[in-house]
Design a protein around this ligand. Structure first.
Ligand code: 2NL
Length: 342
């Protein structure tokens, strides 16, 4: 008796179809759910004589499997039909959705502008490793054995091998250039540098520098001054004044800090320049002859000048950014403000 009923149900499953979600649900109710015809077959188990139960159970299970396989088939069919309908509905005349377009990071923009200015007057770009050895970061640059920068408090050393450290300036790149190339050398070395500093509004353990180096016959301090005059006017505007203040670096002699007239007050005195009318943008000097010799350059024939500037510092001056931490926090409310500086 149930043989016939089961055959009828199988036929109904085979013939079933669905065009949409509602019809899928109707199929599920009819053939899969507890109250479905298949569910009823299971419920009828009680009335089956014990000796037939095993055969009946197998039969009903095969119907259940059939019903479920068909259900999967119908789900896939409806899904592909939906997708097709969607793409057919596509209106190519609609305006696009508004994807937010990113902006150039202010440090990137500042670095690119600096590079552009120096490339136009014949400097090329050089890069080098951020993990440096003692020679390229300190010794070749005339740092004495007991210089404080060689201490753990100032520099990140590799504990297992104190000959290796994170570079503290990009001068190490220029040492490599001098070791590998013959003058004339005119090169610019931008890059990330590391110092063991407590992070604050004015200091960070990771920051960016750009250094420049010019080595040739008869390079003098006048060349240094004019190059940096040109840079300051290009970078900060025609009216910018430049001042050199005597200073000291182990790798230059003589050495000078580079100041520019305060961008905010034009030299009258304000809180950015602390009332002096001047702000420091970097350091410079004539390359110490020992450094040239350390790098295999004949200091009797060649002279050179070099300078170094902090990219964060220049960006802060140019865009009046008050806190260095903003550069690395990636807060879109900060970054959004530079969308137009391309
Ligand atoms: C600063 C000062 C400076 C240099 C960097 C340099 C590089 C070589 C030889 C000699 Cl290979 N000098 N670089 C020179 C003077 C100053 O940086 O305040 N930087 C942020």
């Amino acid at each position: 008796m149930h043989q016939e009923k089961i055959e009828a149900i199988k036929a109904a499953i085979a013939a079933a179809d669905a065009q949409n979600a509602d019809e899928l649900e109707a199929y599920r109710m009819k053939f899969i759910s507890k109250k479905s015809v298949v569910g009823e077959l299971f419920a009828a188990m009680g009335q089956i004589p014990n000796e037939e139960k095993r055969a009946y159970g197998q039969l009903v299970n095969s119907v259940k499997q059939l019903a479920e396989a068909k259900f999967q088939e119908l789900i896939e069919k409806v899904n592909t039909a939906n997708k097709k309908a969607k793409s057919a509905d596509l209106d190519l005349t609609l305006p696009p959705s508004n994807h937010a377009i990113g902006g150039i990071h202010p440090l990137t923009a500042t670095r690119q502008r600096i590079i552009e200015i120096f490339e136009r007057i014949g400097f090329n770009l050089s890069e080098g490793p951020e993990i440096e050895d003692d020679w390229h970061n300190f010794t070749a640059l005339n740092f004495p054995e007991n210089h404080p920068a060689r201490e753990m408090q100032d520099t990140f050393f590799i504990e297992k091998n104190p000959d290796i450290a994170l570079r503290t300036h990009t001068s190490s790149v220029q040492v490599r250039v001098m070791e590998n190339q013959k003058p004339p050398i005119r090169t610019l070395s931008p890059g990330r540098v590391y110092r063991n500093e407590a992070i604050s509004a004015r200091a960070h353990c990771i920051f960016h520098q750009v250094e420049g180096l010019y080595v040739d016959e008869n390079v003098g301090f006048a060349d240094l001054k004019n190059t940096l005059y040109h840079f300051a006017k290009e970078m900060f505007g025609k009216g910018t004044k430049v001042r050199f203040r005597p200073s000291f670096f182990p790798f230059t002699e003589p050495s000078a800090e580079i100041d520019i007239s305060c961008l905010l007050c034009g030299g009258a005195g304000c809180n950015v320049c602390k009332g002096t009318g001047w702000v420091e943008i970097g350091g410079s000097g004539m390359v110490d002859p020992h450094v040239l010799e350390n790098c295999g350059i004949d200091s009797k024939k060649y002279t050179g000048f070099a300078f170094g500037m902090g990219i964060e510092r220049i960006a802060m001056l140019k865009y009046q950014i008050k806190d260095l931490r903003l550069f690395t926090e990636n807060d879109v409310r900060f970054l959004k403000q530079f969308r137009s500086i391309l």
